[in-house]
Design a protein around this ligand. Structure first.
Ligand code: NAD
Length: 351
């Protein structure tokens, strides 16, 4: 197996090398996958991609033309991958469904606490030797109503954590988790009820056509004045322009986000010496009650290590003509045409 890892960052490369126990031939590039960079995959059997990579139908066709048969996603979310096209071309696709839901849930909590207790402002003031605290008043989380949208792996962990804080927890999901009701006394509500009753709303759904812009001016209008909105799921789950309007009118009190709908090509890069032409992001960054982190919620040793291990596990399964449990759809092995390396091995078994 020859694998090309797109969008690799310095910090994850040692984890990937450590996880490559089968000594596959791997190449890592910082370049993101796009229609312009798909050519780089020529001669590789598999590519590995991250959340900002463009794995749309035309890109998949180009990868396929270049002999790629496997796509290993180094993330849980796969909204950037056209699964229909991959299946049509019998290309296997697998993700890392759970690497550490704790890392994301804990980051969502970090955003909540940092915004509420004004930790960024406090730190900046103290560094300027200003020890006044008139503008640093927050509120107890204890007794507050928190709305969790999406009670899957990450949402469930956050519920467990917030239960420890003594919060009342409301939830919205298309699938009810009765264990959470039993263990943490959560109340499933409609999206409208959750929006109108919550002091803090945290989003943990996957991005699908149904959840695109789930938070928009209509749902914002239902929210309490001063509500805190946290998004660590996918940027597209909220209409950012309408969240900005909500912040400017002071209807939304705080906004914490680890994801942004236009993050591709921006997050993970250094723009400190470049001009940014994203007006919405610039306005958001100028608001003191907004805290944005650059899609770093997964950035813990445990999560990055598990991502590398599971990605290499998926590829190992394929190299042994086995299915991985993490494949996103099922296709029988005989349907996947041989890769260039496999064809070469058949012609010359001594290789
Ligand atoms: P999960 O699949 O375990 O949970 C997602 C939940 O969303 C499920 O319970 C599902 O029923 C629910 N859902 C689906 N469609 C819905 C709809 N229309 N309305 C309401 N609920 C709906 O996923 P997870 O592992 O908990 O991840 C949640 C999100 O976090 C994903 O978007 C993922 O991409 C994102 N994520 C972000 C980071 C990061 O670094 N910021 C890292 C990992 C995952």
């Amino acid at each position: 197996m020859k694998i090309l890892f797109y969008s690799t960052k310095d910090f994850e490369q040692p984890y990937l090398l450590e996880a490559n126990k089968h000594h596959f031939i791997i190449r890592m590039t910082e370049a993101a996958l796009s229609i312009n960079t798909a050519e780089m995959a020529k001669g590789f059997d598999a590519v590995s991609v991250f959340t900002g990579d463009d794995v749309s139908a035309p890109v998949i066709e180009k990868l396929h033309e270049n002999g790629v048969r496997y796509i290993a996603i180094r993330a849980a979310g796969y909204d950037n991958v056209d699964l229909i096209k991959s299946k049509e071309l019998a290309m296997r696709v697998a993700n890392v469904p759970a690497y550490s839901p704790y890392s994301i849930a804990e980051h969502a909590l970090a955003l909540m606490l940092a915004l509420n207790r004004k930790l960024i402002t406090a730190n900046q003031q103290v560094h300027r030797h200003n020890f006044k605290m008139n503008n640093l008043i927050g509120f107890d989380l204890h007794g507050k109503t928190i709305g969790i949208i999406g009670t899957g792996k990450i949402g469930s962990i956050l519920i467990r954590i917030l239960h420890g804080f003594g919060c009342r927890i409301l939830a919205y999901d298309i699938q009810q988790n009765n264990e959470l009701i039993k263990s943490f006394n959560i109340e499933y509500k409609s999206l409208e009820e959750l929006c109108s009753e919550s002091d803090i709303i945290s989003i943990h759904t996957c991005l699908t056509p149904q959840t695109k812009y789930l938070i928009n001016k209509n749902t914002i209008q239902l929210m309490k004045t001063g509500v805190m909105l946290i998004n660590t799921s996918r940027g597209g789950c909220v209409n950012t322009a309408e969240v900005l309007e909500g912040l400017e009118s002071r209807h939304i009190g705080y906004f914490g986000a680890d994801v942004y709908e236009k993050e591709r090509g921006l997050f993970f890069y250094d723009y400190s010496n470049k001009t940014m032409d994203d007006g919405i992001l610039m306005k958001l960054l100028a608001i003191p009650n907004v805290l944005i982190t650059p899609h770093q919620a997964f950035a813990t040793n445990e999560a990055i290590g598990n991502i590398a291990e599971t990605t290499l596990f998926n590829i190992t399964c394929w190299s042994e003509n086995q299915h991985s449990d993490n494949e996103l759809f099922h296709i029988p092995f005989e349907k996947t045409p041989h890769t260039l390396t496999e064809k070469a091995n058949i012609l010359n078994p001594a290789r």
